[in-house]
Design a protein around this ligand. Sequence first.
Ligand code: CMP
Length: 147
Amino acid sequence: ERERTLAMIKPDGLSGNYSQKIKEVILQSGFDIVQEAVVRLDAERASVFYAEHSERSFFESLVKYMTSGPVLAMVLERPDAISHWRTLIGPTDARKAKTSHPNSIRAMCGLDSEKNCVHGSDSPQSAAREISFFFGDVKSVTVEHDE
Ligand code: CMP
C-alpha cells in the first residue's frame, strides 16, 4: 500500500547545501517527491508544528533553531513511506547516528540531538497533520458514475 509522509530538511541542512544529496537518497530509495516547498517558519508556526514538545526543556531552543533559516518541506510517497523514511534518516541524536547508523542521513548532515538536519513524520496521524500544515488539506475526491 502506497503511503505518504512529510519530510523536512531543516535550516542547517539547507544552509549546509545538503538538499541535493538528500534528494538523491530519496529518489534512489524509491520515493516520489509529490510536493515540495521552501518555507520560512516564524516562531508561531514553528511552535504549532512542534506543539507536542511545548512542555519540553528544549522547546524554546528548538523554535529558535527552526526559525533560523528556511526549511524544505516535501511530501514523499512509496509503500511504507513513514517507517522507511524514519529508517533512512536514523536516530534523533545525530551524534548517535554517526556511530550506530553511519549510513543514515542524520549521520551525514546532522550535528547533535537538536540540530539533526531532517525530520520525518512518526505515524500516519502525524503525517496527515504535518502534510496539511505545509500543503493544506487535500480532500479525497469522489467521482460519481451514472449507471
Ligand atoms: P524531530 O524529529 O524533528 O522532532 C522533534 C525535534 O526536537 C527533534 O527532531 C530535534 O530537532 C529536537 N529535539 C529532540 N530531542 C531533543 C533534545 N533532547 N534536545 C534538543 N532538541 C531535541
